[in-house]
Design a binder for this molecule. Structure first.
Ligand code: PRX
Length: 580
């Protein structure tokens, strides 16, 4: 009964307890994501069912059943306990999309610690900022990535253990520990008795100012993740599901681990670089039925054209969904034409933990719209000046949500003031301590949109300077801080520049220190400097040299001005410009 009915019916009869029903979870059972995704599925008699079909470079394949997930994650959990890790402590997962990443994630949660997955392409500086902020105690990594950890370990007082889970153990340093997942199958492990509020997953997300913030989730997030997976991704018992996101980002954990596995669904992972042909081959070989991806990938597939699609048998596909950036109507229409299925858009954020605005099977789709609020989600558009909810369709304002949905983030690590500032609607002194449950408030997303007369939401753009490149948020402040560490650079500003495939790419404006002149060599050097320190995503695609950067009277660089020029938009009110 829970997986059927029109949008309106589901909304009318909504109650988050439906998630428990969908999962077959009874009051009194432990609420622990690690166990829910492995032990519970085995207890339902599905231990021999495939959980993970993994493929790496060169077509190398490995398959794991839910029972494998159970005993191997027990192994990770036991290993961490033996190391002396306590519940609540942070364990970073810093590796490519290898099986160890998925299994360790469950193991960390099973023993009560917090899983902190970080994108393996991060350079040492991106890694350092996030490990330092979280006081991370243990890091799981691989031979390929351990060098970046070595570079920064002396500056991380809380980091006690570096564990290498793949690669040649003979080449490790004395203090580094080698752990081979396959050699440590543990039949019995007593799961940590977490509850909805027990910290589970920690994802860092970039804002406009300051370094990235750690959005902390709790084990109760599984209700939101499982129900949206069931209704929006429409996953059913026999599906073969593919989420293309990396668990270093929230889509890769909420819907690339927790959603499908809590429902006992088989999923595939492709851990090799993107080519349209490789993706189609993967779908064909694995008979993928449900595919969750991102607009950048869809635009790349579009670019490679329909003739390529025709070379593969993609007839197994029955449902496609997208997240991360605006999904243009053209992409929806193209996918319907070439795959016979439209990509359905979903809107959400690291902070929301699960989908908020959705299109799902049975709903009328309006190409270009993000859809309607998921049943159980109260959404609104707040006036840009007053923060009052607007009532007139078509009015552009800030997308906001009433707090209290199960997968809402519970804090920004060590930044209570910034957490508080994300909620509006009550006088400051009336702000309750438990913001996340106060339904008189609005959680403000930082994005602009409007709704139409039918209640469909239409994305307009971000309300801040955060750069969205290929569905990944990159903070301008992070890039600027790294740039000014370069010997040639005096001042820097980073903005998003329009890009056909990635929506935005990073463009930077710099002023040079005396003695340095613009040159091709310098440009390459700066690009590599950022790629290595931060990540390939943060690497500027264009560098513009400037004598002087526009600033406010208080000395703040006006990215807004540079961005408006770049996008050919109205520059707006410049009354605070230094030289006006
Ligand atoms: O700006 C919105 C954009 O991605 C941001 C959230 O990024 P992150 O926290 O990294 O999480 C990404 C995956 C959930 C949003 O604030 N965004 C996400 N989905 C959409 C979107 N923009 C337009 N349309 C979407 N469907």
């Amino acid at each position: 009964m829970s997986n059927i009915g029109s949008y309106e019916k589901r909304r009318e009869n909504f109650n988050w307890d439906i998630a428990k029903e969908v999962l077959g979870w009874k009051e009194g059972e432990i609420l622990n994501i690690g166990a829910m995704c492995s032990d519970r599925i085995c207890a339902q008699g599905k231990g021999d069912k495939k959980a993970l079909i993994w493929q790496g470079f060169g077509g190398k394949q490995k398959t794991y059943t839910f029972n494998d997930l159970r005993v191997l994650s027990n192994g990770f959990a036991k290993f961490l306990q033996d190391l002396g890790v306590e519940p609540g402590e942070k364990v970073c997962l810093f590796m490519d999309k290898i099986p160890e990443l998925y299994v360790s994630f469950l193991g960390v949660l099973k023993m009560g610690a917090v899983a902190q997955p970080l994108f393996s392409a991060f350079g040492d500086e991106s890694l350092e900022v996030r490990l330092l902020s979280a006081d991370t105690k243990v890091i799981f990594t691989t031979r390929k990535h351990v060098k970046k950890v070595r570079k920064i370990q002396d500056r991380l007082p809380a980091l006690e253990k570096i564990v290498v889970v793949e690669g040649n153990p003979a080449k490790l340093r004395d203090e580094e520990i080698y752990f081979s997942m396959e050699d440590f199958r543990v039949e019995d492990f007593t799961t940590f008795e977490s509850d909805a509020g027990t910290p589970s997953v920690l994802h860092y997300t970039s804002g406009t100012t300051g370094q990235p913030k750690g959005a902390q989730h709790g084990h109760g997030s599984v209700w939101g993740q499982a129900l949206t997976t069931s209704w929006v991704l429409d996953l059913k018992e026999d599906d073969i599901y593919w989420c293309t996101a990396d668990p270093g980002w929230v889509t890769g954990t909420s819907y690339g681990i927790i959603g499908p596995w809590s429902l006992g669904v088989t999923q595939c992972v492709l851990d090799s670089g993107f080519t349209s042909a490789a993706w189609y081959q993967f779908i064909q070989d694995n008979r993928v039925t449900v595919w969750y991806s991102a607009p950048t990938a869809i635009r790349s597939l579009m670019r490679d054209g329909e003739a390529l699609v025709r070379q593969y048998d993609l007839s197994s596909l029955r449902h496609l969904a997208s997240v991360g950036e605006p999904l243009n109507a053209e992409a929806v229409i193209w996918s319907e034409k070439v795959y016979g299925l439209a990509f359905l858009d979903t809107f959400w954020q690291t902070e929301t933990g699960s989908m908020m605005i959705t299109n799902f099977p049975g709903m009328k789709i309006k190409p270009g719209s993000m859809g309607k609020p998921f049943p159980g989600i109260v959404a609104g558009i707040l006036d840009l000046k007053t923060n009052e909810p607007v009532t007139e369709p078509g009015t552009v304002g800030l997308i906001a949500f009433r707090p209290g949905w199960p997968s809402m983030f519970r804090e920004y690590v060590k930044q209570p003031d910034i957490y508080r500032s994300k909620f509006v609607g009550a006088a400051d002194d009336a702000m309750p301590a438990e913001l996340r449950l106060d339904e008189s408030l609005w959680y403000v997303s930082g994005d602009r949109a409007s709704f139409d007369k039918d209640g469909y939401y239409w994305f307009v753009g971000r309300d801040d300077d955060v750069i969205n490149t290929g569905g990944h948020l990159v903070g301008p402040f992070e890039i600027e801080s790294a740039l000014v560490e370069h010997e040639a650079i005096a001042e820097a500003a980073a903005i998003g520049k329009p890009d056909e495939v990635n929506m935005e790419v990073v463009k930077v404006f710099v002023t040079l220190n005396p003695g340095f002149e613009p040159s091709d060599d310098l440009e390459l050097n700066i690009m590599n400097f950022i790629r290595k320190r931060l990540s390939p995503l943060a690497m500027p695609q264009e560098i513009e040299y400037s004598e002087k950067l526009p600033k406010t009277r208080s000395g703040k660089i006006l990215r807004r001005y540079l961005k408006a020029l770049e996008w050919g938009e109205e520059v707006g009110d410049l009354s605070t410009l230094e030289d006006d």
